[in-house]
Ligand binder design. Structure first.
Ligand code: CA
Length: 219
């Protein structure tokens, strides 16, 4: 994963670079807007961390031009400008996230990971785990060559399991992700829907982990 840091303050650029390299990222640095824009157009760059106040082209201009060339590359604004209007304007103009200085590296890192995850989820069209294939475009599931019809909730629940194979997901996590705010915390709706998935797909596909939650087994 390659991150481009567009930042004129060498000290900040070096700080972020050091942290990202330690996390295994490839890092490029651009000290001004023109260089930043030119490098960001390169398809090898997976994410851009963009300062707003830059010599030459401003960060806002870089963002506007970049959105014409690469509408999907994640851009996180990193700036000392913390006014709500700046934040809203840049998010409206296509920034994916906004971090204000002074900032903690762990927060920036968490946001970088979140943006990259979101991008991967959008670009994947098919998930496969535990012998089940889920087509995210047609919203259909297949098991052993048979197509299985699922309701919207069943599909969303299964998708969550398939994105985290073998990982235990708690009832609260699943409710939060699949039912959103629209649930009663005392409800057994997750259990009921896990039952539907087992019946429609395979009995041992989703395992109950007593006191912890459920997990999709791949072996
Ligand atoms: Ca600056």
């Amino acid at each position: 994963m390659n991150v481009l840091i567009v930042e004129d303050e060498a000290r900040i650029a070096a700080f972020v670079e050091r942290g990202l390299k330690a996390e295994g990222f490839g890092v490029q640095i651009a000290p001004d807007g023109e260089t930043g824009y030119a490098l960001a157009c390169n398809e090898d760059i997976d994410l851009v961390v963009l300062d707003l106040m830059l010599p030459g082209l401003s960060g806002e201009e870089v963002l506007a031009r970049l959105r014409q060339r690469r509408p999907d590359v994640p851009v996180i604004i990193l700036t000392a400008r913390d006014a709500v209007e700046d934040r809203v304007r840049n998010l409206n103009n296509g920034a994916d996230d906004y971090v204000t200085k002074p900032f903690s590296f762990v927060e920036l890192l968490a946001r970088i990971h979140a943006r990259l995850r979101a991008r991967d989820q959008v670009s994947a069209t098919e998930l496969t785990a535990g012998g089940v294939t889920l087509d995210l475009r047609t919203r259909t599931a297949r098991i052993e060559g048979h197509e299985v019809s699922l309701t919207a909730r069943e599909f969303a629940l299964l998708e969550n399991f398939m994105r985290h194979p073998n990982q235990v997901l708690s009832q609260v996590q699943l409710m939060d992700r699949v039912w959103g705010y629209d649930f009663d915390p005392g409800s057994n709706v997750v259990e009921v829907y896990v039952g539907y998935l087992r019946r429609k797909l395979r009995k041992d596909l989703i395992e109950t982990v007593r006191g912890a939650g459920y997990r999709l087994r791949t072996s």
